[in-house]
Every structure is written in structure tokens, then in C-alpha cells.
Ligand binder design. Structure first.
Ligand SMILES: *Cc1c(COP(=O)(O)O)cnc(C)c1O
Length: 222
């Protein structure tokens, strides 16, 4: 059962700080998503393309769908017509494909570049060298149908607050550096997606302005 009371609290808490709440609905049924939607929330995140496409088909069309998980290049075409934000761009090859599919759909697709900030090597993401290579190519206008709006990262899964805090702080610093070096004359680069159910408060304190919250809102996944 979705926790509507908590949804309301989070929304009012985030409103003043201009933080976007992405309600992560992966594995959750349509009726749970609808009850959050009917409480006035329209931003949802999924991590699998097929599930995202099915839910997009079945649910109201004013929902803003975010893809938060790893995206394979051969699946970009399925979400290109409607996706609101792709959080996890982790290679230039993927960016190229998104650009191509966006063009076919006559759209500019908003994307975040996912940085590898965790200690675990299981998590996807770019290192700094790859990041700056991509940014240099973007500067050369290689990808006119994508809009790079910011960065995304996932901290190490640990109880060690100091560790998580240092990873979030690192990402915030990197975000500021990129903004100043590459996007100084525009406010298009404005989104720092970090923080989930277990660490969103820490993330917000470290400068996050987009949090991805699933289990806290929808109940635990089995
Ligand atoms: C599942 C998921 C979340 C939400 O996780 P919770 O701990 O349930 O809040 C956030 N971000 C990504 C990338 C996810 O895959």
C-alpha cells in the first residue's frame, strides 16, 4: 500500500527547496501508481524498459516517466517517443543512439550523465575522463537532439554515513565544476539526481535536487 501521508510530507518539504521527487514504481502494480497519481503526483521512475512502456500505455498520459536504470542501446527506440528524462546515460554509444532516436521522433530528449561514485564495481557509470570526453563532444554540437540536464549517481549500499556522504559530496562538486566549465551561460544544466529511500536526506543535505524514492513510498519490493 502506498504511503500517501508520507508522499504529502515529502512533497511539501521538497517544494520550498525546489527538489523533484521521482516516485520509483518499479515492480509495483498499476493501482498503486494510480493512488499516488490521484494524490497529485505525476513524476514516476522505472528501471526496466518493457515495464515502463507497459505502464506508460496503461496510465494517464500526463505522467512524466523517468528511466532510472541502465539502458541498452537496442531498447532506446521503445521509450524515445515519450520519455521525460533518462537518468543513466553511461556511455557515448548510448548517447549517440538516444540522439538518433530522438531525431526520428522529432524530439529533444533530456538526459543525465550517470557517474560511477560507489565503491562497488557492480554499479554502472562514467569515470571523470569519460565524462569530460562526452562533454567536449557535446560542446562541438555532436548531439543536437539530446539535452544534458545534469548528473546522476548512486552511492555505495552501506550503513557507513561518512562513506555515502563523501560520495555525494564528490558528485556535487563535480556537478558544480561541469556547470561552470561547460554550461556557464545557460541554466539548462540544473539537475543533480542523487538519493533513494535510505539516503535521500543525506543526499539533499549534500546538494541533491532530484531524489528517487521507491520503497519508502510504495512499501518494500519482494
Ligand atoms: C530502485 C531504485 C531506486 C529506489 O530505491 P528505493 O531504495 O526503493 O527508494 C532509486 N534509484 C534507482 C536507480 C533504482 O534502481
Amino acid at each position: 500500500m502506498p504511503n500517501i501521508e508520507l508522499l504529502r510530507q515529502l512533497k511539501s518539504q521538497f517544494k520550498d527547496k525546489k527538489i523533484t521527487l521521482v516516485a520509483v514504481s518499479k515492480t509495483k502494480p498499476i493501482k498503486d501508481i494510480l493512488s499516488i497519481y490521484e494524490a497529485g503526483h505525476k513524476v514516476f521512475g522505472e528501471n526496466r524498459v518493457q515495464e515502463l512502456v507497459e505502464k506508460h500505455e496503461q496510465l494517464p498520459k500526463d505522467i512524466q516517466w523517468h528511466l532510472i536504470g541502465h539502458l541498452q542501446t537496442n531498447k532506446v527506440k521503445y521509450i524515445a517517443p515519450f520519455i521525460h528524462l533518462i537518468h543513466a546515460v553511461d556511455s557515448e554509444k548510448l548517447l549517440k543512439t538516444i540522439n538518433k532516436e530522438a531525431k526520428k521522433n522529432n524530439r529533444v530528449i533530456s538526459c543525465l550523465l550517470q557517474m560511477h561514485i560507489a565503491r562497488e564495481d557492480t554499479k554502472y557509470g562514467l569515470d571523470e575522463q569519460m565524462l569530460f570526453t562526452i562533454l567536449d563532444n557535446i560542446k562541438q554540437k555532436a548531439y543536437e537532439n539530446v539535452a544534458i540536464c545534469g548528473l546522476m549517481g548512486m552511492a555505495t549500499f552501506t550503513d557507513n554515513h561518512t562513506q555515502v556522504q563523501s560520495e555525494f559530496t564528490y558528485l556535487k562538486k563535480l556537478f558544480d565544476t561541469v556547470k561552470n566549465q561547460y554550461f556557464a551561460n545557460t541554466d539548462a544544466f540544473n539537475t543533480l539526481s542523487m538519493g533513494m529511500s535510505g539516503d535521500y536526506e543525506l543526499a539533499v543535505n549534500c546538494g541533491s535536487n532530484m531524489v528517487r524514492i521507491g520503497s519508502l513510498l510504495f512499501g518494500s519490493r519482494h
